[in-house]
Design a protein. Structure first.
Lengths: 240, 353
């Protein structure tokens, strides 16, 4: 089996004695669309912050395309092909749509994969975003602001993106549309890891699901395996 | 020719107020007026005119750092002072040598750049963020003031130049180009040219590729880093540039008044650039330029009534602006006035119909 695009070894992080992430080892193969689910406070966002370099882990290691990036600052990981959107939207709200997308295109990675441009153009079109628009981002409707941040990340030409609750606050239609775009991008070679609460969305898009509970990997498998898992249903899906 | 056109387009780009043809016509007219000013001003008045302008570089540097890159420095006067003192020491030891003032100026700016690089390295590469940065910069300038304040003794001399403690350093040579000593009208032109060049140069910078990233860092540094930018290096570069610009003002100051005291790097002076920048509007270079000239003129004029009195008025102005025009007077007017005028015109049309 080839080297996973994203891999962690026994990753751990604690804040003032509170264990946020504990002994997390995951493997995301190239080309997969993975969903990470778990109750509030399970450590999903902390895991993302460790993967992209916002936090340094207390123990364990992070590998990106086979290279140990545990000690590398965030921007280096991004230049190696990682992208991330935040749980709360962090497009540049006071800047225009053009400025938002422009800020990223300045840097577009030198070793941008050949499909990156096509994926970016596809997302712009399906998200109905005009890259030359002088409209301040804060005037966009909520779902389009979410899409803008995804488009910004795609502009840099990543190989793998981490999306933290990309459909939060969206209507059912908008969620479905987001799911369709993600599936299409994935089919064109982009590896995607999504933290999501919306079970219908997870069923729609996920190829594999990782369940995080109390900072640990609680279960992992296909959507059907996970939804059939008795303990997962108990802690997460709220069913007896 | 194409390169020149590109340069002009960049300078007139969207990241500052004043982009219309009318603005550039007015800008050219004001510059022309300033250049022929000495025709009717006395030499003394021209020297005062230079004084209103000489703080523009330090203010533009702070405007760039704070308004465009989101880093508030409360200690820009440290670099003002460093450049002034180093110039005094070097040029003072080379009296009689015509190259002394030029070498002194270059040394002053080089030391500014060096100190800012070392200080900025620890701040930005140490990932210090938000309100800690202004406190650290303020501490640096207060340390400098304390150090300079205790240099009154005879042992504090460098070559033939006495640092002078709180009495300050006196007899600092004027600027000199070859055998021409830059004073009076000459000094006015020298400051005017540097100020205009600095403004246009910074407009070029904020509209360049680097400028766009600067805005992104101001809005959200972590988000920007996660788009692949080494924000530490970019913040450091802007910080050093702002320090060198503060140094230019420091050079102007000592070349204008021929003396400097530690109070130039003290608490009161440290707060003034922040006032100039905030009153005009930190997110526009033009606003900073205008308010700095206006407030320095006001300060100079009021000071004839007593220095403390002037400071109280300037301070009250800051409070009023922060309450009623939080993005600055010039920026607010530039943003809202055209809209009000349009509504007004619309209403008139309505009356006619």
């Amino acid at each position: 089996m080839s080297e996973p695009i994203l891999r962690t070894e026994e990753l751990a992080k604690r804040f003032d004695g509170v264990v946020a992430t504990n002994d997390v080892s995951i493997n995301v193969p190239r080309g997969e669309l993975r969903c990470i689910i778990g109750p509030n406070g399970a450590g999903k966002s902390t895991l993302f912050s460790l993967l992209c370099g916002i936090y340094r882990p207390d123990a364990g290691r992070v590998f990106l395309k086979g290279e140990d990036v545990t000690r590398q600052p965030a921007f280096r990981r991004v230049r190696r092909g990682l992208g991330l959107t935040f749980q709360t939207n962090r497009a540049f709200h006071r800047l225009t749509v053009r400025q938002n997308l422009h800020a990223v295109l300045q840097i577009a990675r030198e070793d941008r994969p050949p499909d990156a441009e096509e994926r970016y153009r596809f997302a712009l079109e399906r998200f109905a975003l005009d890259p030359d628009s002088e409209m301040p981002a804060k005037e966009l409707p909520h779902h389009q602001l979410q899409w803008l941040e995804i488009a910004m990340v795609l502009a840099a030409g990543p190989d793998v993106v981490l999306l933290d609750e990309p459909t939060a606050g969206m209507s059912i239609d908008e969620t479905l549309q987001t799911g369709a775009v993600l599936k299409h991008l994935n089919a064109r070679g982009l590896t995607i890891v999504v933290v999501e609460h919306d079970v219908a969305f997870v069923r729609d898009v996920a190829q594999r699901v990782t369940v995080v509970h109390q900072g640990r990997v609680f279960a992992e498998g296909t959507v059907d395996e996970i939804t059939a898992h008795a303990d997962v249903r108990r802690i997460y899906l709220g069913q007896a | 020719m194409a390169a020149l056109q590109h340069l002009v387009n960049l300078i007139a780009g969207p990241e500052d107020i004043g982009r219309s043809r009318w603005f550039w016509a007015a800008f050219a007219a004001v510059c022309a007026l300033l250049f022929v000013n000495p025709l009717w001003l006395t030499e003394f008045e021209a020297t005062n005119g230079a004084y209103y302008l000489l703080n523009v570089p330090i203010a533009l540097g702070l405007g760039l750092l704070w308004g465009y890159c989101g880093i508030l420095s409360f200690g820009q006067v440290a670099y003002f002072g460093i450049a002034g003192y180093i110039y005094g020491i070097v040029a003072g030891n080379m009296v009689g040598d015509a190259t002394g003032p030029i070498i002194g100026s270059l040394c002053g700016l080089a030391v500014c750049g060096l100190v800012a690089t070392i200080f900025g390295y620890f701040v930005f590469y140490g990932r210090v963020q938000n309100w800690i940065v202004p406190i650290l910069t303020l501490v640096l300038t207060l340390l400098l003031e304390t150090f300079l304040g205790q240099t009154a003794g005879y042992q504090w001399r460098v070559g033939s130049v006495q640092l002078g403690g709180y009495n300050g350093m006196t007899g600092i040579p004027a600027f000199q180009l070859g055998s021409y000593v830059v004073m009076g009208y000459g000094f006015y032109y020298y400051v005017l040219i540097v100020v205009i060049a600095t403004y246009l140069g910074l407009r070029l910078l904020v509209n360049s590729r680097h400028g766009k990233v600067m805005l992104a860092i101001r809005e959200d540094a972590i988000r920007t880093e996660l788009l692949g930018y080494d924000i530490r290096a970019r913040q450091l570069v802007v910080f050093v540039l702002a320090a060198v610009l503060a140094g230019i003002s420091g050079l102007f100051y000592v070349q204008w008044g021929n003396y400097i005291t530690p109070s130039q790097v003290g608490l009161v002076q440290a707060s003034l650039p922040v006032v100039w920048v905030a009153v005009g509007g930190r997110e526009s270079l033009l606003a900073v330029l205008l308010s700095t000239c206006a407030l320095n003129w006001l300060n100079y004029t009021l000071s004839s009534e007593g220095y403390q009195y002037a400071l109280i008025i300037i301070g009250a102005l800051l409070v009023a602006v922060m309450l009623f025009f939080p993005s600055g007077i010039v920026v607010t007017l530039a943003r809202d006035l055209p809209r009000h005028l349009r509504t007004l015109r619309g209403q008139r049309k309505g009356e006619v119909q």
